[in-house]
Design a protein around this ligand. Sequence first.
Ligand SMILES: *[C@@H]1O[C@H](CO)[C@@H](O)[C@H](O)[C@H]1NC(C)=O
Ligand SMILES: *[C@@H]1O[C@H](CO)[C@@H](O)[C@H](O)[C@H]1NC(C)=O
Ligand SMILES: *[C@@H]1O[C@H](CO)[C@@H](O)[C@H](O)[C@H]1NC(C)=O
Ligand SMILES: *[C@@H]1O[C@H](CO)[C@@H](O)[C@H](O)[C@H]1NC(C)=O
Ligand SMILES: *[C@@H]1O[C@H](CO)[C@@H](O)[C@H](O)[C@H]1NC(C)=O
Ligand SMILES: *[C@@H]1O[C@H](CO)[C@@H](O)[C@H](O)[C@H]1NC(C)=O
Ligand SMILES: *[C@@H]1O[C@H](CO)[C@@H](O)[C@H](O)[C@H]1NC(C)=O
Length: 497
Amino acid sequence: MKSSVVLALGVLASAAPTVAGPISHAAYRPVNVHRRQSVAPDGSTASQQAIYQQAFTDPVGAAKAANALPFIAGQYATGGLYRYNLVEDNTQLPWNANVPFIAEAAVNGSVDGGWQALPNIEGMTLNRTFAVQPGAVMPFYQTQGYDASKVKRAVMVMPGKPRDCWKYTSLVQNALNVYTTNPQSAGNNPDGTSSTSAADRTAKDEVLILGPCWMNSDDAKAGAIQSGELYWHGSEWQSGMASRGPGSTALSSYEVMDAFMDTLFDKTQFPALETVVMAGHSMGAQMVQRYAVVKQPAAYDASVSYWVGNPGSYVWLTSTRPNQNNASCANDYDEWAYGLDGSGVPNYARERVRDDQNAVVQMFAARNVHYNYGLLDNGQGDTACEASYQGANHLERGCHFVESVAALNGNALPKTHTANFMPNVSHEDYAMLSYNISLYRLFEEVPEGASNATNSSAKGAATKGRGGSSSAAAPQALVNSVALVAGAMFVFGLSLL
Ligand SMILES: *[C@@H]1O[C@H](CO)[C@@H](O)[C@H](O)[C@H]1NC(C)=O
Ligand SMILES: *[C@@H]1O[C@H](CO)[C@@H](O)[C@H](O)[C@H]1NC(C)=O
Ligand SMILES: *[C@@H]1O[C@H](CO)[C@@H](O)[C@H](O)[C@H]1NC(C)=O
Ligand SMILES: *[C@@H]1O[C@H](CO)[C@@H](O)[C@H](O)[C@H]1NC(C)=O
Ligand SMILES: *[C@@H]1O[C@H](CO)[C@@H](O)[C@H](O)[C@H]1NC(C)=O
Ligand SMILES: *[C@@H]1O[C@H](CO)[C@@H](O)[C@H](O)[C@H]1NC(C)=O
Ligand SMILES: *[C@@H]1O[C@H](CO)[C@@H](O)[C@H](O)[C@H]1NC(C)=O
């Protein structure tokens, strides 16, 4: 059973073409695009704009409307049906047209043959000293010269399937530049407009950008991973599997995520931190969604939000699927990493899932999860049978997932979940990340339940770090946030009955 999941992910990994030397991401354009509905309503930009607006007040209705759009990805296509990381990405949206753009760093090696080095990138420092366990270092990019006493939010961005942490780190830097230099850029009102006064907007030095580099065995062989550094097999970092090194280290990528989170919420290190946003697009979004489902509970959970953009597949929360139509995976479509059934769930979460799957699902419902979809993203992505059970392509799976979460909750998304649908955007990471509502989610929104809660073992440190005057408020804030989480779980739990 475990082998079928490994096989599925293996197929996915081998679908990427080999590209030597510094790469162009246009090379990853998938060939197998599934046609969806071909009848009305029309797929015009106007009808997409209507869905964008509807999603602010009625995300489930918007998901249904998006799922009923005709086949539209060909509309603006250049040389194919599927628009992917075109150069126009950084000029497409009005608010980011005039902001200087940091280009993706060049890097030697290839997706299949392994990367030969982690490049230096503008504005960032490559940190190679974070030992998650003795002798197991996790490399990551961090904002150059940040002042920890000023950092109010950390935005951690996951790479895509090519393990291109340098690229996504630069994309988030660019998005932050758009946010900080353009007051029109963040839309936080229900209609997508912005109500935040200039004084309340996040300043650049209040944001710490982190870009973990989830590398694999090929990268270890090719040279990007140095002795003593962590790496995984294939794309298994996205599903929480155990590392394949260094040495005999078998560390779940989700344990590494926990270590990042514990560090960020340690008040002795980041005294002003309020919010951590974990963001990912495509394969990175799969990492974010799966971690958000099975993450071990922590005191600071209500202060963490998850930005999920156009994932190729999901860990589904129930054992039914919208497209249960292919006999070849009829018996294993619900196995990890596509579902919560079976023995394939990584050690990290296996016991909790086996003991009380319902509790895991309720915990997810109480987390701050933001789904983001390009309304032109009808590329197939994950070609596994298990993924096809979730929908034919990225957009359809996303709409189905939103509907399936709502179905567990009286047909509405849990209060802490949102869904947004970006008009005229395909499988385009930067357009997704720099969309106005995304800028708000990444750089401005503080979750309602957020507090300056720290992890339990660092409580004393929190008091010390924040000074005498505020120490009394901290426990109350923690109590409030826990009560809020419990409240959300209660509502969700009730409707499960
Ligand atoms: C849609 O995107 C394309 C490509 O980025 C752009 O040329 C076009 O102006 C956009 N159309 C609308 C209506 O936004
Ligand atoms: C790629 O490798 C060549 C040959 O070793 C080297 O000259 C070049 O600087 C490398 N490029 C990058 C981006 O590291
Ligand atoms: C690298 O990251 C670790 C863990 O966050 C931190 O303790 C260390 O100070 C960082 N190194 C640098 C040079 O900032
Ligand atoms: C955000 O974008 C949408 C779609 O283009 C637009 O309707 C809305 O007015 C924008 N908000 C801001 C603040 O620019
Ligand atoms: C069913 O799944 C298998 C395995 O992924 C795939 O090869 C086959 O094409 C699928 N059949 C259909 C009708 O989609
Ligand atoms: C966290 O603490 C800082 C500094 O004491 C304060 O400005 C901020 O409002 C607090 N945030 C929350 C969400 O309680
Ligand atoms: C909490 O923070 C402390 C101090 O940084 C750290 O040692 C500990 O591992 C963290 N995690 C938990 C779950 O307590």
